[in-house]
Design a binder for this molecule. Structure first.
Ligand code: COA
Length: 569
């Protein structure tokens, strides 16, 4: 089928559906929601069999839905209506939530139902539920809606579909407000989770207005009066509640320029310096509920290093701290090191928000790329252990190549890989991709991967040779599978031979072309991106961190605008 996506942006769900439907043999093209006339033009050019709106904030124009079947993905149970579906579900502590695929009609979210799926809720940020549970459920629901459409199914009018949802108004800041004198920690967490990644909860810190994000429970530390700031740890601030305390990891100051989301202790650098530092008890050991971005566990000859950096963004400080933790993990009497990344993201490369907020974004870009390269180099040159990057979360840009620095890359079925850089203003990229990528996918494959700029599902990344295994989709099953495999690897009879083969391979690669030369060549190109006369990278980063709405659909996504595409029959 020819399927046209009308979408606000190429977000995680849209990327996943695009990859899955393309793999299923459909021809998929995308038009961003720029203006009604642009959407109409896309329909005229592509002549789709079906239109899908995986992520759209505005109504589809009547001129389109009257003539074509348009399937809208709504992140709510049957009967739920409104733009804040997930926000309410989290704030109201729903035990189960869902996704409904409706046909677009005049009233938003009120058309007949083509398919619906449900899932159990867990404590997580809205964006985390969206990227995981909603995306999985939406993929299942869209696939069955497409099958039903092909089979001539008649969708069920909403009134007869028997849902438990109801129309809900948009959630306003008044609904999100935290009453520090009354709300317990669980309520504060729920309110911030329901607004995270966007729009955050409007509040004040140090008497200054800001939005709060990235909340984390604290099991032990407490003190002060509710609302007081009790201390800081790395990037996070601890704030007292009536019954304990919660950590606030990220904020967006209203008075800042640029007004973008930043680590809390960076956004309030001067103010938070006066707070006591509350270091983790123990050296990276996994603690009870508290704020901890780097954690280490060890069993049966395997060390597991997890790094939960908000949004997978790795600034200079994160890279340096993870590098120190990695170097320490290398000194342990283990045989295999697992780099487990974070829940939603393994890594998305250098920290574009921190860079944007720096006095010299070019200098900070340079520092950050060198810090991530140092880490990649440490992983590549590890000759004491075998290393495994276990991707329970997605990886993009430099983060995808950082994963490839490990000896093996295993991904959870459901994660997305974006192993390319050019979306960020034609960035050339580093992280030793010129050394790591061609042996995996071939020179032409590497060129195509970087040029096509398309996300890969774990299965597609395996087929392309970029990763070594695609494991269970369920996060718990994935963890069990990873631990079983790495334990086997650590205990395998030929472990010493595998390590020797790795050392020999590295030595012969080094003799053929030293790693330092790959790095120098990549960084020479990056220097041009950062300091050269072409400002594309700085412009792209400016728009990315400020979330500027798109003003056109990139050509590689809008296939209907490709002049070389044969006209549809
Ligand atoms: N630095 C800072 N923030 C980043 C980031 C980075 N490298 N990568 C992602 N983010 C943030 C986004 O701004 C967004 O923030 P929000 O919480 O305010 O909404 C959040 O992470 C999720 O990103 P989003 O783009 O919504 O997720 P996605 O799953 O739809 O797409 C990517 C994932 C990786 C394709 C996309 O985020 C991306 O292109 N990131 C930039 C990668 C990059 O160019 N890195 C630098 C070169 S190494």
């Amino acid at each position: 089928m020819r399927i046209l996506f009308l979408a606000q942006a190429f977000n995680s769900l849209t990327q996943r559906l695009h990859a899955e439907l393309t793999a299923a043999g459909h021809e998929v093209s995308i038009e961003f929601d720029i203006a009604d006339s642009v959407a109409e033009e896309a329909v005229a050019l592509f002549r789709p069999d079906l239109i899908v709106a995986p992520y759209l904030r505005r109504a589809i124009p009547e001129s389109i839905w009257k003539r074509h079947v348009c399937l809208v993905v709504h992140p709510g149970v049957i009967g739920d209506r409104g733009p804040s579906a997930l926000d309410w579900a989290i704030q109201d502590s729903e035990a189960e939530w869902g996704v409904t695929v409706l046909q677009a009609e005049a009233a938003m979210d009120a058309g007949p139902v083509w398919a619906a799926e449900t899932f159990p809720m867990r404590r997580a940020r809205k964006a985390g539920i969206y990227r995981n549970e909603v995306t999985e459920a939406a993929c299942r629901a869209v696939r069955s809606a497409i099958e039903r459409f092909a089979g001539g199914y008649r969708p069920v009018p909403l009134a007869e579909a028997g849902g438990r949802g109801r129309p809900r108004p948009p959630m306003r800041q008044g609904d999100r407000r935290i009453d520090w004198a009354r709300d317990d920690a669980a309520t504060v967490l729920r309110k911030i989770d329901a607004a995270d990644g966007s729009p955050g909860v409007a509040d004040t810190l140090f008497g200054l207005p800001c939005r709060l994000y990235d909340a984390c429970p604290e099991a032990e530390l407490r003190g002060g009066r509710p609302g007081d700031l009790l201390g800081r740890r790395e990037t996070a601030l601890l704030r007292a509640t009536v019954d304990g305390a919660v950590w606030i990891g990220h904020v967006r100051r209203d008075d800042a320029e640029p007004a973008i989301k930043l680590p809390a202790t960076l956004a309030f650098a001067r103010e938070s310096a006066a707070l006591p530092e509350l270091p983790l008890p123990g050296w990276w050991a996994q603690s009870r509920a508290t704020w901890q971005d780097i954690a280490y566990e060890e069993a049966a000859g395997v060390g597991v290093l997890a790094f939960e950096f908000y949004n997978g963004a790795m600034g200079t400080a994160e890279c340096e701290r993870l590098h120190a933790a990695y170097d320490w993990a290398r000194t342990r009497p283990t045989r295999v090191i697992v780099l487990a990344g974070g829940t939603d993201f393994w890594s998305n490369g250098i920290h574009l928000n921190r860079i944007e907020a720096a006095d010299s974004p070019a200098d900070e870009s340079w520092r950050n790329i060198n810090a991530i390269d140092d880490l990649a180099e440490a992983i590549i040159t590890t000759d004491s252990h075998l290393t495994v990057a276990a991707l329970r979360g997605s990886a993009g840009a430099g983060g995808a190549f950082l994963a490839r620095a490990a000896d093996r890359v295993w991904a959870r079925d459901g994660v997305l890989l974006n192993p390319h850089y050019r979306n960020m203003g034609n960035l050339y990229g580093s992280e030793y991709w010129t050394y790591l990528l061609p042996p995996r996918v071939g020179t032409e494959g590497a060129r195509a991967m970087l040029r096509n700029r398309l996300p890969l599902t774990a299965k597609a990344a395996l087929a392309a040779g970029f990763i070594d295994a695609c494991l269970a989709g369920n996060p718990q099953a994935f963890r069990v599978d990873v631990m079983r495999r790495v334990t086997e690897l650590a205990q395998s009879a030929d472990f010493a031979a595998q390590l020797a083969a790795k050392r020999a391979r590295r030595a012969s690669d080094e003799a053929a072309k030293p790693l330092a030369r790959y790095r120098d060549e990549e960084l020479a190109m990056m220097r041009r991106n950062f300091y050269g006369f072409d400002p594309s990278y700085h412009v792209a980063r400016y728009h990315f961190v400020r979330k500027s709405p798109p003003s056109w659909t990139p050509r590689h996504l809008a296939r209907h605008r490709d002049p070389q595409r044969p006209p549809p029959e």
